[in-house]
Ligand binder design. Structure first.
Ligand code: ARG
Length: 296
């Protein structure tokens, strides 16, 4: 089974100012604040774990007025050209409380040599949050509903020149695709069908030839879909026995890292890391003009 080519190079945001100051998802409760010291230890351990398994992590500091900025995944979707060029489609966050994060991200991406843009023509287009979009099979799979708007899919497909397969999320607790979908290799992915409406659930099951299916409870309490894959190593916040057994049977090395402080704001391993090495033409086929496929 050929392994993922992307997922070896990440951007992460150091938790210098991580807090729960507002409520924009069902996990967040300002009365239950993360412990800053423990959060930093967990984050350091995640970074070391990625590096120990062959990954590279670039680190950006956190803005003091942006308590959710630690979830680097949400800053933008990075896509490399076959010629080595790098672009970042910046997120246009659904909630005003997170919009300032994009400024910091834009500066970092530009310094690192990325061309930056928003979905749509002029930056005032549809809401799009990275973390809702991952390459799998012949397409960029994009979750929409709670955060990314359906209109964003059209722009993404046209701007990147790729096929977008949309999946409508209708579960308030799985508000980003990465809480319910984790590509493992060419044919396999961890999925939680409960996150989606009927038509999208059917489309997802058709899209993934060999799914590892999480129950709703597993997805919400363990964040097991919010994992990252570095070749044949999967770094995950929890591995329920059945999940671990299946992953090991498939030849993956399972590495569990404790991320509990970050679950308090509704994110885990994937949310804390943004892959910088998804490459057009290699991980994502080029489709001139783009194409959007919606279920149902
Ligand atoms: N508190 C953040 C929010 O609701 C959590 C983001 C989690 N990130 C993710 N990629 N799922 O926006």
């Amino acid at each position: 089974m050929s392994e993922l080519q992307w997922g070896k190079h990440y951007l992460a945001v150091r938790p210098d100012h991580f807090r729960v100051d507002y409520v924009i998802n069902p996990f967040m409760d300002p009365a239950d604040q993360p412990d800053a010291v423990v959060a930093r230890e967990q984050w350091d351990h995640l970074v070391h774990t990625i590096e120990a398994h062959g990954g590279v992590v670039e680190v950006l500091g956190q803005r003091s007025d942006a308590p959710d900025m630690v979830y680097a995944m949400n800053l933008g979707l990075v896509v490399r050209g076959a010629d080595g060029s790098a672009s970042a489609v910046l997120s246009h966050m659904r909630y005003e409380q997170r919009r300032m994060e994009t400024e910091a991200a834009q500066a970092w991406f530009a310094d690192a040599g990325h061309v930056t843009s928003y979905v749509g023509r002029d930056g005032v287009g549809a809401h799009f949050e990275a973390g809702d979009a991952f390459p799998f099979g012949d397409a960029l799979v994009v979750g929409y509903g709670p955060r990314t708007e359906e209109l964003g899919l059209k722009h993404l497909a046209a701007d990147l020149g790729v096929r977008v397969r949309g999946l409508r999320i209708d579960h308030p607790g799985m508000y980003h695709l990465d809480l319910a979908f984790c590509p493992l290799d060419e044919r396999r992915a961890i999925i939680c069908p409960e996150a989606f409406d009927d038509a999208s659930r059917a489309a997802l099951l058709e899209l993934v030839p060999e799914p590892l299916v999480l129950t709703e409870d597993e997805a919400l309490t363990t964040f097991a879909a919010n994992s990252i894959v570095i070749g044949r190593t999967i770094v995950m916040p929890a591995a329920p026995e059945r999940v671990r057994t299946q992953l090991e049977e498939w030849g993956f090395t399972v590495v569990v890292v404790e991320m509990g402080e970050f679950h308090k704001a509704g994110g885990s391993v994937r949310c804390l890391t943004n892959p910088l090495d998804v490459t057009l033409g290699r991980d994502l086929p080029l489709v001139p003009g783009g194409e959007v496929l919606l279920p149902g």
